[in-house]
Design a protein around this ligand. Structure first.
Ligand code: FUL
Length: 608
């Protein structure tokens, strides 16, 4: 009541007398608009990703396709443990790598021998996809599946026969495991692989080889509600990085003719395309550990609850969904640290956004469309009630007055079934008789399904949201404000990696990085952190040892830095102790051919 009186005392902001409901029409949608399935998908907000397979045992990120199936034996495997953890962490679903790039299938299929039937797990009678599906049904989580188009095991990869095989796999996964909320198709294709023993490089035309339109139709025919993830949808899109963050400005649209799996301008996906013609919301993928698969060596590098909180604000808080990977370990379980950090992060978010100061208030608005589109719709709990202005009005002011409170968080939501409209807004708080801007460290442009703002605590009795520009009359269904407590939950996610290194000098050559250690050491580990600006990233290498740069010809090891372009984390090579004064990391493949190799940091560990 108090708020109503205060609002009435502000003539400039007084709501216009409401028209009768019958004369008020619903605002027209402004395209592109989401399908009803996409709207439901946005509401899922956070869910888990699981990478599990032969790589878990072979200690690899990208299997070559030749790892023996006999290594797969998760003796304590318990998909219910995974799902219970996710539920406690507030997640709404889980996406599993039914098949990663190595071609190994976690479900018993007759289509290939390279599958769980030929493993010791449950004497070949296991079915990880089926067991996870049952666990999800038991605990009420949604299931999604990842089926890598690239297959480094299949002999026919690169020919039309493989595409047929891929469609048969799709048919099994989309008919045997109930309702799928999401289907994940990544765009990776590194070329080389085992390919039934051929061990060669196979290049495909990424845009046309798989016939993606046909694959999408196939999935949707069997699972119409499934949101298909690729670089450019059709259901949802990659956010253009594997760090789990969307830009503050984030449109849920893309120029659909331009984006396809393997899209070269992928960095633009973090913003979306303001002039896009299709609704394809962003999904932020990141792993709780540096790699996507489990590695013993990463047990002390699990993201902290504070880091996960930061990612939540930069994904869900930036109009995107948050898919957080939690690798299952060799026993078939989620590790303790991972599950503790997950649940703690969720509790921290819940605490920070526990009490909505504005709940049920009636703000003073510069204009009200009338009918059902009134100011109280901004603070009720009904998703489908929303406030709007008249069609021709593209700016507005929404003012809340309340007894003095501490505030440092806000939530804004647009009613997306009618499109994403707001292009610019600002937030102010009342300080005495003045209105001052809250101090934000990011731009206030788009809102979309959800926008979360964090700012230094203000003690105030008023908050004001100014809609400064919009594509059509603003339609907002929620504004909330919170006091999230004090504390240092704002941390840098990408701190880089720490390691001890022997002193050395580094020289960059045309195709190599030369490390002179000053004296001979028995080296057994080399670290390579790729350059942050993306220029000079090595994808394939040969590592040589010797006494001088000229005589460093003893080959220690060679291989690929898997997935380094999308996930440019510290790469660690372990090998038998090798005496060396000079180490040469020769680039045999680069992200951008022709560039000279560069390193953000390098290091070696020596064996005593
Ligand atoms: C990428 C893959 O190459 C990685 O291995 C991982 O699966 C990630 C989620 O997608 O494209």
């Amino acid at each position: 009541m108090k708020n109503l009186l205060k609002a009435a005392a502000l003539p400039a902001l007084m709501a216009l007398a409401a028209c009768t409901s019958s004369s008020v029409t619903e605002p027209q949608p402004i395209g592109p608009i989401p399908t009803a399935y996409q709207v439901e998908w946005h509401k899922l907000e956070t869910y888990a990703f699981i990478h599990f397979g032969l790589n878990t045992y072979a200690d690899r990120e990208w299997g070559y396709g030749d790892t023996e199936t006999s290594v797969f034996n998760p003796t304590l495997c318990d998909p219910e443990q995974w799902v219970r953890t996710f539920k406690e962490a507030g997640m709404t679903g889980v996406v599993l790598t039914a098949k990663h790039h190595d071609g190994f299938c976690l479900w018993p299929t007759e289509l290939t021998e390279y599958c769980i039937r030929n493993t010791p797990y449950k004497d070949g009678k296991g079915d990880i996809v089926g067991e996870l599906c049952e666990a999800c049904q038991k605990y009420g989580l949604k299931l999604g599946l990842y089926l890598s188009p690239w297959d480094r095991n299949h002999a026919a990869y690169g020919t039309p026969e493989y595409v047929e095989y891929y469609n048969k796999q799709l048919e099994e996964l989309t008919t045997k495991y109930g309702t799928l909320f999401e289907f994940w198709l990544d765009g990776a294709n590194g070329g080389d692989g085992y390919y039934g023993g051929a061990r060669e490089t196979r290049k495909i035309d990424r845009r046309n080889y798989y016939n993606f339109p046909n694959i999408f139709a196939h999935i949707l025919n069997n699972q119409p509600q499934a949101i298909i993830f690729t670089d450019g949808g059709p259901g949802c899109r990659w956010v253009g990085n594997e760090r789990g963050i969307a830009s503050a400005t984030n449109w849920a649209f893309i120029r659909s003719q331009e984006v396809y799996p393997g899209y070269s301008d992928f960095q633009t996906l973090q913003y979306g395309h303001a002039d896009g013609d299709k609704w394809v919301g962003a999904e932020c993928d990141v792993s709780i550990r540096p790699g996507w698969f489990y590695h013993d060596s990463e047990n002390d590098r699990v993201k902290s609850p504070e880091q996960l909180v930061e990612l939540y604000y930069q994904s869900v808080g930036h109009n995107a969904n948050f898919i957080l990977n939690v690798p299952v370990n060799k026993d078939g379980l989620i590790c303790k640290t991972d599950s503790i950090n997950l649940v703690t992060y969720h509790e921290m978010i819940q605490r920070q956004l526990a009490t909505d100061i504005l709940s049920s208030m009636r703000p003073a608005v510069s204009e009200e469309r009338g009918g059902a589109y009134v100011a109280t719709a901004l603070t009720d709990d009904d998703y489908d009630s929303f406030w709007a202005t008249r069609d021709s009005t593209l700016t507005a002011t929404i003012e809340f007055n309340f007894p003095t409170q501490k505030v440092n968080r806000m939530m804004l939501q647009e009613y997306i079934p009618l499109g994403q409209r707001v292009k610019k807004f600002s937030v102010e708080y009342k300080s005495g008789d003045e209105w001052l801007p809250v101090q934000l460290n990011e731009e206030t442009t788009t809102i979309g399904y959800k926008r979360l703002l964090r700012f230094p605590t203000v003690e105030t009795d008023g908050l004001r949201v100014n809609i400064l520009d919009a594509r059509a009359c603003p339609c907002l269904n929620h504004i909330g404000a919170y006091y999230g407590g004090e504390g240092s939950d704002i941390v840098f996610v990408d701190k880089g990696d720490e390691f001890d290194s022997v002193e050395f000098t580094l020289t960059e050559g045309q195709d190599r990085l030369v490390m002179d250690l000053g004296q001979t050491h028995a080296v057994n580990v080399l670290h390579y952190l790729p350059p942050k600006d993306g220029k000079g990233i090595i994808t394939h290498y040969e590592l040589y040892a010797g006494d001088t740069p000229e005589t460093a010809t003893k080959l220690i090891t060679k291989g690929e830095f898997s997935n380094i372009q999308n996930n440019p984390i510290l790469q660690t090579l372990r090998f038998a102790p090798t005496p060396a004064r000079v180490l040469v990391l020769k680039a045999t493949g680069m992200v951008n051919a022709g560039e000279a190799p560069k390193a953000e940091r390098m290091g070696v560990e020596v064996f005593y």
